[in-house]
Write a protein that binds this ligand. Sequence first.
Ligand code: FAD
Length: 311
Amino acid sequence: SQMLEQSRRKNKATFSFEFFPPKTAQGVQNLYDRMDRMHSFGPAFIDITWGAGGRMARLTSDMVKVAQSAYGLETCMHLTCTDMEKSKIDEALKEAYKAGCTNILALRGDPPREKEKWEATAGGFRYAKDLVKYIRDTYGNHFDIGVAGYSEGCEDQDDHELLLDHLKEKVDAGATFIVTQMFYDVDIFLDWVDKVRAKGVTIPIIPGIMPIHTHAAFMRRATWTKCNIPTAWTKALEPIKNDDAQVREVGKTLIAEMCRRLLEAGILHLHFYTMNLAQTTRMVLEELDLMPDMESPIEKPLPWRPSLGLN
Ligand code: FAD
């Protein structure tokens, strides 16, 4: 793939950033400024998340348009398919198409808080694979379609084998890349990648990397996603948990080390959950020597076509 060639040529990994739509107008302006600044870090693409149930639909679509057509950033729009009218899915896809966006991360979405379980939406969308199929049927090969992967299981599915089968179904429905839930245990992740490959899935698997901003946020997110925290991480972070600056510094080293191991294992692209902040992601990229500088200035990112095989 072109992306692969870019990685090989520079002998460097490529990376991407995820942003979410802020709640206030000021927050949106701040984020646009930050996106503009982070553009100079040289991401291969950026993601804009989708509010489950379509709550922030307008804003997500606007942000995709600004990022893709005004800032010229290769953009991937997240889209969920349950607890939302089909017309919203159609509108979001149409607007993404018009904005020149060619990448969608197709998701089921979390169930609404007030309900124990979500129900299939009129139009037949129950699982992410239904959305993958719908996008393929409606837009042919216009969009590269990503789907979510869970190396340590997900909230409503403890059966890891079944989860692998469901991932395979999403790929068979037409997905062209996989982005994973955040994790900190590289051994578990690489073992899972082997299992995914053993199912006959050959599309790129992109690891989701969550930089460490504060100890409280680190613990909250790990608990929420139920991902394993390696003992060495607890040992390193627990004693300094009240010193945010030190946590960021040590966290940067741990995350960079984790990224290095992934790169050594042949994973060529890193996806950062920025939480709309630049600092900790930048620290990790600097530590990995992936930030553009005078000797290797930023090249215009090549169009991102992961379907051609990123790793
Ligand atoms: P699916 O792949 O449809 O799976 C959902 C559940 O259904 C699983 O338990 C699965 O095992 C089960 N299942 C699937 N197929 C079958 C079948 N044939 N029979 C029986 N059971 C089946 N949420 C948002 O609201 N907005 C976002 O922008 C967003 N971005 C995300 C990005 C990433 C990288 C990840 C990992 C998650 C993201 N999420 C987002 C969260 C996601 O919507 C939730 O995790 C959701 O609960 C599951 O979505 P999915 O697409 O993985 O669902």
